[in-house]
Design a protein around this ligand. Structure first.
Ligand code: GLN
Ligand code: ZN
Length: 650
């Protein structure tokens, strides 16, 4: 399972090899179309396009690229189109979002071949090819030349200018239908109806068949703002979830068909809402803005370089070679969850809750001491979720009661919304870390979620560059890092598991993103003294192609998922001169399976072929929150024993 482009929705990755045979087995789209037709509903089935399907597939054989199977796969699509037509479909939408991503090879010939083949003959519905999450670039020309009947394009901020320029450049689509994604299918904000109307008027000169739409599936947004009766009344009208986006689409369509006067009052109201958002004290805080404007390169720079810091940290922490640690969370027991729920419902008072959490911290500290772990964690029992927990304590966020969006299968998340300028009114984690440090003489790691991960698992503002939101977030978190240090915490971890998730889909946009992403981490962590050890943690992705950015974070230590991805990280590190300390995960925490000591020893030995002994930390792939205690204890025992065994050979 992996994330669908740069969204937080997951899909199962198909695995395709030289011997894979394709056949149409699954009848769902055809059966549902037939059912709709029988009920008198004319529907447009949506299927993943063959190019996207194969580009997202994983090869099962070295040297084989799934795209080589394109012609074989297209034969099945020909059959599917014919069955959809028989079921009553007049149009079919074929999604090819992969066309908006940079590729090392040119896809035009494939696009041309596939869509010529699919349009041969008349035993098929009309074909609409949809691209979204960006602009398709040169592939647009190929699609425009193909004998398909329609093209859907993304006209939201990131793609708008390019798609418009490219459409003009190719002289429009003539008779082809243009489905214009002017309403953002991925954010939660009300559209600027006047601006979109003007764009649509221009687009009307580039096709004789214009359809107003959302830029992508509405799967990525919650359903209905009207359900959010607890939202601040000033903020609520700024928002548009799926239901409101549909109204935007029908209003814009009405304006195009009947004249803009038909929606004059809607536009006036919309303009007022946008103005209220622009001028609200929530979205413009002078103190936050002037602080952010004052950030310089010095704010993103530790006092000394790593070579100097590492000496001071070794002196201060006195750790053995191959120090052991964990990523932060310990199993969240039913008692812990119940206590949190009781506090939320007002059934438990603050004092009782704090006592319960402290007992849990005591238990987790004792366990780690008994196991002989070197750098301890407090276990994060007080956190419902690593983003939500901080969002609730930052100014500038708003929350929904019902704003669930699908993550995968039956799993939903409810992302908090960054609506305004961000700041931290009071310390968020200090009392927990301080308490945890007070019950042990071993170093206790402070534990924070980093700025990029905060952004990527929240809904973000669309009224300022993401880089600016990241800088505000970094400054708020920097205050927390500094306060942890003042409270005596000597090791502070800033988690950035999502660093790679926001990586732009096109190569040309990546350097700029990586620059501000790295800067935001550095601003967060650069306020502390040289002897304070900054850790970061990453997981959920293969990081080989962003190693430069990881090195540029200049974290003293990184713990990074490695076991789950079959140690590809070690191969990536082999040719890379990584200087700081690093703990490639030694076991995959996504399964309850307990690793043997021998297996971890093997892992460490392979790690030591690539990295020097005084650079390597020993830790699991990720946090232990979703695991149960018995397997956690057994696994940690094996980990510590393996570290001791390998240590004794050094
Ligand atoms: N500190 C967090 C934890 O251990 C990190 C979680 C994550 O990387 N997703 O739970
Ligand atoms: Zn992780």
């Amino acid at each position: 399972m992996t994330k669908w482009f740069d969204t937080n929705y997951h899909y199962l990755v198909p695995e395709v090899g030289p011997d894979t045979r394709f056949a149409l087995l699954h009848q769902k789209p055809v059966a549902e179309t037939r059912e709709a037709t029988a009920a008198g509903v004319s529907t447009r089935p949506v299927i993943v396009g063959p190019i996207t399907y194969l580009l997202l597939s994983k090869s099962t054989a070295p040297g084989f690229n799934p795209i080589e199977k394109l012609d074989e796969l297209v034969a099945v699509y020909v059959q599917l189109l014919s069955e959809l037509k028989a079921a009553g479909a007049k149009w079919v939408q074929i999604d090819e979002p992969a066309l908006v991503c940079s590729r090392p090879f040119d896809l035009s010939a494939s696009v041309d071949r596939v869509y010529s083949r699919l349009t041969e003959g008349s035993d098929r519905p009309k074909i609409l090819v949809a691209t979204y999450f960006g602009y398709p670039g040169v592939a647009l020309q190929t699609l425009a030349n193909a004998p398909i009947e329609g093209i859907a394009l993304d006209f939201t901020a990131s793609a708008r200018d390019c798609n418009l320029a490219d459409l003009r450049h190719i002289g429009g689509l003539g008779e082809k239908r243009l489905v214009a994604g002017v309403v953002d299918g991925r954010n939660v904000w009300a559209a600027d109806l006047e601006r979109e109307y003007k764009l649509l008027v221009e687009l009307r000169s580039l096709t004789s068949d214009l359809v107003v739409s959302a830029s992508s599936s509405l799967l990525h947004v919650p359903i209905d703002v009207d359900l959010e009766t607890d939202l601040e009344p000033t903020v609520r009208p700024w928002l548009a979830f799926a239901q409101q986006k549909l109204s935007e689409i029908t209003n814009l369509t009405l304006a195009l068909n009947e004249g803009v006067v038909e929606i004059a009052d809607v536009i006036a109201n919309n303009a007022q809402i946008l103005e209220s958002r622009r001028t609200s004290p929530l979205t413009r805080r002078d103190d936050v803005r002037s602080r952010s404007a004052a950030v310089t390169s010095a704010s993103a720079q530790r006092k000394s370089d790593y070579a100097t810091r590492v000496q001071m940290q070794r002196e201060a922490l006195q750790l053995p070679l191959l120090p052991t640690t964990t990523i932060g969370s310990f199993p969240q027991t039913t008692e812990v969850r119940n206590a949190r729920a009781a506090l939320r419902k007002g059934e438990m008072d603050e004092a009782t809750y704090e006592r319960r959490m402290r007992l849990e911290i005591d238990r987790v500290v004792r366990l780690q001491e008994d196991l002989g772990i070197d750098v301890l964690v407090h276990g994060e029992p007080e956190r419902n979720d690593m983003v939500q927990y901080f969002a609730e304590q930052l100014d500038g966020y708003v929350f929904t009661n019902n704003g669930w969006v699908q993550s995968y299968g039956s799993r939903y998340v409810r992302p908090p919304i960054i609506a305004g300028d961000l700041s931290r009114p009071a310390a968020m984690t200090v009392r927990w870390s301080e308490y945890a440090q007070s019950v042990t003489s071993k170093p206790m790691k402070g534990m924070l979620t980093g700025p990029i991960t905060m952004l990527s698992w929240s809904f973000v503002r669309d009224d300022q560059p993401l880089a600016e939101t990241a800088r505000q977030m970094a400054l708020a978190l920097r205050d927390e890092v500094n306060d942890l240090e003042t409270a005596g915490i000597r090791v502070i971890q800033v988690d950035e598991p999502a660093l790679r998730e926001l990586l732009p889909l096109r190569d040309e946009d990546r350097p700029e993103y990586l620059k501000w992403a790295v800067d935001s981490f550095r601003v967060t962590t650069s306020g502390v003294g040289d002897a304070t050890q900054i850790h970061t943690h990453m997981c959920y992705a293969e990081f080989g192609d962003v190693l430069d950015a990881i090195a540029a974070l200049d974290a003293d230590v990184i713990s990074i998922e490695a076991a789950r991805s079959g140690e590809v990280l070690l191969d990536e590190l082999r040719g890379y001169d990584y200087r700081n300390e690093i703990g490639p995960g030694v076991w995959d925490i996504h399964s309850p399976r307990v690793p043997t000591k021998q297996e971890i020893v093997g892992h460490l030995q392979r790690t030591l072929e690539v990295l020097s002994p005084n650079q390597v930390w020993v830790n699991p792939d990720c946090g232990l929150k979703t695991r149960a205690y018995p397997e956690t204890e057994a696994s940690l025992q094996a980990m510590v024993a393996a570290a001791q065994e390998v240590r004794s050979t050094l």
